[in-house]
Design a protein around this ligand. Structure first.
Ligand SMILES: [Cu+2]
Ligand SMILES: [Zn+2]
Length: 197
């Protein structure tokens, strides 16, 4: 073998090794496998209550506090959110990851979707478990929240458990149709569902 062909082989091997590393890195950051099919018996909520402290994201002035309680067909969120544009409409959803660390709250991931359905509107056909109705800000930019997420539980660790996940408030309203998230704009507040009881 000549010196130059040896170098070419060495270079080729090094490139293959780098490509292999890239492949491994891609694998390690690939999304977690889908949860398994729901069991026959519906999972039940084991927690009685949780709270969400919403902090601003995307340089907004939005903040608030919500109480979360399990109910007959999902979980109910109530409380108050302030710092919104007076008279404006805003989407509010439960997102997959309990991680509000990114300045734009992108770390919270997409809508919590344990049933592997398209985005939609709660109470009206197929929709994400994290989909909830829009909230309205009054003339002072404060929204009284009273929303409901269907087909999810609070506590217990079942595939549809919302404990430890994030609640996100968006800059615009949810059109309940656009995929994958209702065309609701920036994430203006984020908070984690912390079980308290
Ligand atoms: Cu959202
Ligand atoms: Zn959705």
């Amino acid at each position: 073998m000549t010196a130059s062909s040896y170098t070419a082989r060495r270079t080729g091997f090094a490139l293959a090794a780098v490509a292999g590393l890239g492949f491994l890195a891609a694998c390690s950051t690939a999304p977690a496998p889908k949860p398994e099919a729901p069991p026959a018996a519906a999972p039940v909520s084991t927690a009685k209550a949780a709270e969400v402290v919403l902090a601003s994201a995307s340089a907004s002035l939005v903040s608030g506090k919500l109480n979360v309680r399990p109910g007959a067909d999902g979980v109910y969120l109530s409380g108050e959110i302030g710092g919104l544009t007076p008279g404006s409409l805003h989407a509010i959803h439960i997102h997959e990851n309990g991680d509000c660390s990114a300045v734009d709250a992108s770390s919270a991931g997409g809508h919590f979707n344990p049933s592997d359905d398209p985005h939609g509107r709660v109470g009206q056909g197929a929709h994400h478990g994290g989909d909830m109705d829009n909230i309205n800000a009054n003339g002072e930019g404060v929204a009284q929240v009273n929303v409901h997420a269907e087909g999810v539980t609070l506590g217990g660790g079942a595939y549809n458990d919302v404990a430890g996940r994030a609640v996100i408030v968006h800059a615009a309203g949810d059109d309940y149709t656009s995929q994958p998230s209702g065309n609701a704009g920036k994430r203006v507040a984020c908070g984690i569902i912390n079980v308290t009881e």
